[in-house]
Design a protein around this ligand. Structure first.
Ligand code: BGC
Length: 356
């Protein structure tokens, strides 16, 4: 009896140990599939998109991310966006992207701060099997799965042509642009310079505001007011810079003497255009861009071919699929047919200060 009981106990202990061993081994080697939660090891059963954004300093980005998230939900009601805002700091952006890779999101969408500095983290994402979309700004030497943007050279061309059409009697302009780290800046300038060259206009000075900080552009302008005597116009890298530039000019009693152009169709800029204190702005239908990006995100997540037709753009090392939309020049004459007709801004808001 005793011997049998002892044997049974031994068997029970052996079984228990074996089960424990199996359990421990299983836990230790749980395969981590893309989408696995790094803590629980479980793959979320719905699509998770990692969205890394430079910052919300500029008006347009809220619209970009809101519409992206709304369109994604419309296409897949379960889908979720894990949004990370780097507040303009490159190291923070890199850390946030690494965190999203660790979270094993299904697709990464990035508005980069510095077009030249993300190839390493994009390589990490790609080796973790996560497709990457460069949203609005190209990420260089990174072989992203898609670069989706507006035709930025055309943005510059439209700015230049509007100034030429408005008249530049002294044939001299100044440029107060965004940072060189943003690849869009050089593309816009290429388009702008082309029109200036074709029309024999001299670009007398150019400044690049670090991190798109409009106050830095305005400070630079304040220090160079004495050089503005025969400058006909200032090409502002965006409408936010234009806002600060116009304020600086009016404080120096130079408002109206110097023609201003910008981009983004910010509400204040559209108001200035109809009021006559800004020649034009470039309207970029970001709602279309964000919706197309959401559509492509779903396709990449499902390993499907992109349904949108793409061109190729060199990122310095690779030709990457490039999907682009056309920007639209907006002046007083077509404000109603563009910005207002599309619902980008409401007529009452744009014409708020205009009395008939
Ligand atoms: C975009 C502009 C924007 C700027 C600052 C650029 O890359 O093309 O639309 O105003 O970044 O955020």
């Amino acid at each position: 009896m005793k011997i049998v009981a002892k044997k049974n106990i031994k068997r029970i202990v052996a079984c228990f140990l074996a089960v424990m061993m199996l359990f421990v081994t299983a836990c230790g080697s749980a395969p981590k599939e893309p989408g696995d939660d790094p803590v629980t090891g479980e793959k979320p059963d719905h699509l998770v998109v990692g969205f890394s954004i430079d910052s919300y300093l500029i008006e347009r980005w809220q619209r970009d991310t809101d519409i992206f998230a709304a369109k994604l939900k419309e296409l897949d009601s379960e889908a979720e966006v894990n949004l990370q805002n780097a507040n303009g700091d490159l190291e923070t952006q890199k850390e946030q992207i690494k965190y999203l890779i660790e979270k094993r999101v299904d697709v990464l969408v990035i508005v980069c701060i510095d077009s030249d500095s993300l190839s390493d983290v994009v390589a990490e994402a790609k080796s973790a099997g996560i497709p990457v979309i460069a949203y609005d700004r190209l990420i260089k030497n990174a072989d992203v799965d898609l670069y989706i943007s507006f035709d930025n050279e055309m943005v510059g061309q439209l700015m230049g042509q509007s100034l030429v059409d408005a008249g530049l009697p002294n044939k001299k302009v100044m440029m107060l642009s965004g940072p060189n780290e943003d690849n869009n800046v050089s593309l816009v300038e290429t388009g702008f310079k082309r029109v200036m060259d074709e029309n024999g206009i001299e670009i007398v000075d150019a400044y690049h505001a670090p991190g798109w900080k409009a106050e830095d552009a305005a400070a630079y302008l304040s220090e160079h007011l004495n050089e503005l005597d025969d400058v006909d116009a200032i090409m502002c890298g965006n409408d936010n810079i234009a806002t600060k530039v116009i304020k600086t000019l009016s404080e120096a009693r130079l408002a109206g003497k110097i023609k201003i152009v910008g981009q983004d169709a910010d509400l204040e800029a559209c108001q200035r255009v109809v009021e006559g204190t800004q020649v034009m702005t470039v309207y970029k239908p970001v709602e279309k861009l964000a919706q197309a990006a959401a559509q492509c995100t779903i396709e990449l997540a499902n390993n499907n071919e992109l349904s949108t037709e793409t061109d190729a753009m060199s990122d310095g090392s690779y030709d990457v699929p490039y999907y682009f939309l056309d920007p639209i020049a907006v002046t007083k004459d077509n404000m109603d047919d563009t910005v207002i007709a599309s619902g980008f801004h409401m007529k009452e808001e744009v014409y708020m200060n205009v009395t008939n």
